[in-house]
Design a binder for this molecule. Structure first.
Ligand SMILES: NC(=O)c1ccc[n+]([C@@H]2O[C@H](COP(=O)([O-])OP(=O)(O)OC[C@H]3O[C@@H](n4cnc5c(N)ncnc54)[C@H](OP(=O)(O)O)[C@@H]3O)[C@@H](O)[C@H]2O)c1
Length: 226
């Protein structure tokens, strides 16, 4: 049985990954600010804000590390307040870096793999995405830098989703007209489902010859013009 640490296991893509791991017989240590309601003999969970977490609760050896907290705060550039840039950077990039520092020893002990989340809006310029694109651009830099520094012991990769149906995206998908417009913008004519993102992330974690990559799982948004 392998052991995975999932930051953000309560909802969305992090929860889908947690369920996939538990269902295949692995153990998960989950950290979120609130309880997940998930009950499974192989799940240990605790509540903390990752930005204040002291590293307690980590097992000695980790086969995988997943960082799934994030933000969607879209507006015209001139409207961002300094604290919004700061908080987007903190939850998306700084939180991941600090948690990875705490998990390094355990990841090295098991020759594990880390998975982070970027966004399609880093590789593809999108209006009103300045703050999240800045923060996730830092995540992509962290992925490649750390993948080099930790090779060959620990692999580091990311998934870059486009709009996916999770609690985080609920404002953007909150009514039928918005949801239909969001689906229409994608070459594959729909938004993502959590399972599609979770399976792609798990493939990166499981494949022993992939490191330093950012995989677009985005309904064709980053690369297709049908
Ligand atoms: N959904 C999309 O459309 C989309 C698009 C592009 C990129 N992404 C990225 O994909 C990743 C997963 O997104 P998602 O939509 O699945 O997000 P989500 O539904 O908001 O889930 C985030 C998880 O992180 C936890 N969390 C948030 N802040 C935390 C904190 N300060 N400390 C500890 N845990 C915290 C949440 O639980 P608690 O609230 O209980 O803490 C929750 O379990 C994110 O990095 C996001 O930026 C998502």
């Amino acid at each position: 049985m392998k052991t995975y640490f999932v930051v953000g296991h309560r909802s969305g893509i992090g929860r889908a990954l947690t369920e996939l791991l538990l269902n295949r017989g692995d153990a998960v240590v989950g950290l979120s600010r609130s309880e997940s309601g998930l009950v499974h003999p192989n799940l240990t969970e605790f509540q903390a804000d990752i930005l204040n977490w002291d590293g307690s609760g980590l097992p000695e050896a980790l086969d995988g590390f997943i960082y799934a907290p994030g933000s969607i705060n879209l507006k015209p550039f001139k409207g961002y307040k300094p604290e919004e840039f700061r908080s987007d950077f903190e939850i998306n990039a700084l939180g991941a870096a600090l948690a990875l520092q705490k998990a390094e020893k355990a990841l090295r002990a098991a020759q594990g793999a880390a998975l982070l989340f970027s966004t399609v809006a880093v590789g593809q310029g999108m209006s009103y995405h300045a703050s999240i694109a800045m923060a996730k651009g830092a995540v992509e830099g962290l992925v490649r830098s750390l993948a080099a520094e930790w090779a060959p012991a620990v692999r580091v990769n990311a998934v870059a989703p486009s709009l996916t149906d999770t609690p985080l995206a609920s404002k953007l998908l909150g009514n039928e007209a918005r949801a239909a417009a969001a689906a229409e913008r994608h070459p594959l004519k729909r938004v993502g489902q959590v399972g599609e993102l979770a399976h792609a992330g798990l493939a990166l974690i499981d494949n022993p010859w992939i490191s330093g990559q950012v995989l677009g799982v985005d309904g064709g948004m980053s690369s297709l013009r049908p």
